[in-house]
Design a protein around this ligand. Structure first.
Ligand SMILES: NC(=O)c1ccc[n+]([C@@H]2O[C@H](COP(=O)([O-])OP(=O)(O)OC[C@H]3O[C@@H](n4cnc5c(N)ncnc54)[C@H](OP(=O)(O)O)[C@@H]3O)[C@@H](O)[C@H]2O)c1
Length: 238
């Protein structure tokens, strides 16, 4: 049985819901932590370095965790003790731009870094935390519609697009691999959001994005596992 049954409506047992969010010190991750804490979930904010804004929320903060370092993720796993997680949001990500004709040695490193953080990071996180995911829990991966091959009408952004396509592929594998554990895996696009990543250009702010993402997580169950959705509810093409 899932713990959430429609936007904001909690069902199931009365025990505390434990939620883990990566990339929690700023941007969309920070706002997810804020809204989930405000509604009463027990949030574990995972960061490389905390921030004053995150500290103000008063939630549990696990620092020093780079999602590309298996030894950091093993440390995180050990620090969680015997905690069971109801929701993991794999949100940490990076963006840099590479254009055709300018893919030199430095750009290749940037592309590989995006693969490491955006594509491999969520897989390593899932691997490290798998044993903690409760039956009926959700693993939400924050991807991007820039990873959609069908939706690519403007080209460019080689590293970001390839890394987000790759994480979409990994998300479907995770959905298949975790189906037997009754864990739902969602690939969620947050919208075009005004954060550090976009130089604060975008169509919406982090609070609206986080609200939509939480609504989708609340709403979507096993029948949607392995699906690719916009935070506004639209099903996105691969
Ligand atoms: N903003 C948008 O319009 C948009 C659109 C589509 C998808 N997304 C996706 O949404 C997610 C959040 O983006 P955002 O806009 O909130 O970006 P942001 O403000 O730049 O925040 C990115 C977060 O990821 C963390 N991070 C980066 N590399 C990491 C690593 N190796 N290990 C651990 N944490 C790491 C950062 O931590 P540090 O402070 O330590 O660097 C930061 O907390 C990303 O996956 C992004 O690709 C965003």
């Amino acid at each position: 049985m899932r713990y959430y049954n429609g936007p904001g409506i909690k069902t199931g047992t009365s025990r505390m819901k434990h939620v883990l969010v990566t990339g929690a010190n700023r941007g969309i991750g920070l706002e997810l932590c804020r809204q989930l804490s405000e509604r009463g979930d027990e949030v574990i904010a995972v960061v490389r370095r905390s921030s004053p804004e995150l500290e103000q929320l008063g939630c549990r903060v696990e620092s020093g965790i780079d999602v590309t370092h298996p030894e950091d993720l093993a440390r995180l796993q050990a620090r969680l003790g015997d905690l069971t997680l109801d929701l993991v949001i794999s949100n940490a990500g990076i963006l840099s731009n590479q254009s055709l004709g300018k893919i030199d040695a430095a750009a290749i490193e940037q592309i590989m870094d995006q693969f490491r953080v955006n594509a491999l990071g969520p897989v390593l996180l899932a691997q490290a935390l798998r044993s903690r995911l409760a039956k009926g829990s959700t693993l939400a991966i924050i991807t991007s519609r820039m990873g959609s091959i069908a939706d690519n009408t403007s080209g460019g952004s080689y590293g970001y697009r390839m890394s987000k396509s790759a994480v979409n592929s990994a998300g479907v594998s995770l959905a298949r691999d975790l189906a037997g554990d009754d864990v739902c895996v969602l690939l969620l696009h947050p919208g075009y959001v005004r954060t550090d990543m976009t130089g604060h250009s975008g169509l919406i702010d982090s609070d609206e994005s986080a609200r939509g993402l939480i609504e989708r997580i609340d709403q979507l169950g096993m029948e949607a596992s392995g699906g690719f959705y916009h935070a506004n509810g639209e099903k996105l093409p691969w």
